[in-house]
Design a protein around this ligand. Structure first.
Ligand code: AMP
Length: 394
């Protein structure tokens, strides 16, 4: 078992918490503060236990000097201060005497937010490349390290693996909750157990299918990736997304698990993604050569619901249509609505599916909505995440 923040005496200690404040920001305004809210439990626990709290987070990618301006954590410091109802000192540097001095002057209960860790990527990819000097410097600021950034736990960066390799370390409440819920999907499933997979590419989901096909009773497939499976079963797919390198993978899975793999029987199609003027809802067989399948149709939704209705566990990764466009969002919305009312454990993973669920107002209607797209996918593939592997055992 991994150590958690509860396993440390935090009193008067400098506690570095790696949080995930990678929130969408438009014109300096945070448009969705969900990730900040998700980290409050751990931060508040540290404050209540008299720690000196030093927060590290990345925001977006920083490849140019202009990216720095767009990706400063300053607006996040303001929002965090409001949410915590206490002062948050923002240090607009990632490595300097100013930062070291600010940390040395902290008193118990103080909170410092350090500037975007990825500013260190500008000069030689030091954060993302887990530069050992950078890890050592950040570790020198604290006594204890807590990783609570699930969204980057599948990456070995200086701000997680680098620091945790040096300081006594544990996980925060958010990562603890993620691991507990995803463990249900991996090691402790209730049956019948259905996995819904969607999104663009088969290649991204091969590892998940391989790992879950023997654990789940059904793998329901929608989205762009369904078309490679449909092609592999000999059906026409028009101009829909095709992952031609993985047709043979789909053929094998369909042959080995004919009753487990559930594919759409109808779809919403158009000849042009950008100008949806000739949208039709048709059975799969009726697709014309120049038409692109962009959502599952109502008959597929019905087939999927018939399977889901008796399920005791449903894990979902990837939208079943190009849900960003209203005309192609019907399938994803119908399934979200249905699952939100289902008497079953429901786990929503992956950036797109999770943000669709939250934006449509279903935040509290599921057993768990994962905060990490890539990280949850890698866990479902059965991989160990480097940002968690490095954490001390109890
Ligand atoms: P992923 O990151 O692989 O989970 O893919 C998510 C993306 O898949 C979303 O941006 C969707 O718009 C896209 N998507 C879902 N269904 C389709 C489809 N039928 N054709 C093209 N793109 C799709």
């Amino acid at each position: 078992m991994k150590k958690t923040i509860r396993d440390f005496d935090l009193n008067d200690k400098k506690v570095i918490i790696r949080v995930d404040f990678n929130v969408p920001i438009k014109d300096g305004i945070i448009t969705d503060d969900n990730r900040i809210r998700e980290s409050l439990e751990t931060i508040n626990y540290a404050i209540e236990n008299n720690a000196k709290v030093i927060l590290l987070s990345h925001l977006g990618r920083v490849k140019t000097v202009e990216d720095k301006e767009k990706n400063t954590l300053e607006p996040i410091a303001f929002r965090l201060s409001e949410l915590l109802d206490k002062e948050v000192m923002f240090v607009d540097e990632t490595r300097s005497e100013i930062l070291t001095d600010a940390v040395n002057e902290m008193r118990a209960g103080d909170v410092i937010l350090v500037e975007n860790t990825r500013f260190e990527d500008l000069d030689g990819n030091k954060e993302s490349g887990n530069d050992s000097d950078l890890g050592k410097y950040w570790a020198s600021l604290g006594d204890i390290f807590i990783n609570d950034a699930f969204g980057t736990a599948h990456r070995a960066h200086a701000s997680n693996v680098g620091i945790a390799s040096i300081l006594p370390s544990g996980i925060g409440f958010l990562i603890e909750k993620e691991l507990k819920n995803l463990d249900i999907a991996l090691n402790n499933p209730d049956h019948p157990y259905a996995v819904i997979l969607g999104g663009a590419k088969v290649s991204d989901k091969i590892g998940v299918i391989e790992n879950l096909v023997n654990k789940a009773d059904y793998i329901i497939i929608g989205g762009g990736m369904a078309y490679t499976f449909l092609k592999a079963s000999g059906l026409p797919i028009g101009a829909s997304l095709l992952d031609s390198e993985n047709i043979s993978f789909c053929e094998r899975i369909l042959k080995e698990y004919p009753d487990k793999i559930i594919l759409p029987i109808d779809n919403v199609v158009s000849t042009c993604i950008d100008t949806p003027t000739d949208v039709r809802e048709i059975f799969i067989n009726d697709i014309k050569d120049n038409e692109i399948g962009l959502d599952i149709g109502k008959a597929s939704v019905k087939v999927f619901k018939d399977i889901l209705k008796d399920c005791k566990l449903v894990v979902w990764n990837g939208p079943v249509g190009m849900f960003e466009e209203e005309v192609y969002s019907g399938g994803t919305k119908s399934l979200l609505d249905y699952l939100s009312k289902l008497d079953a454990k429901t786990i929503i993973c992956g950036g797109d599916t999770a943000s669709a669920a939250i934006n449509l107002g279903y935040k509290d209607k599921f057993t768990h909505i994962s905060t990490g797209g890539g990280a949850s996918l890698e866990l479902l593939e059965g991989k160990e995440l480097p940002g968690i592997k490095v954490i001390g055992e109890k």
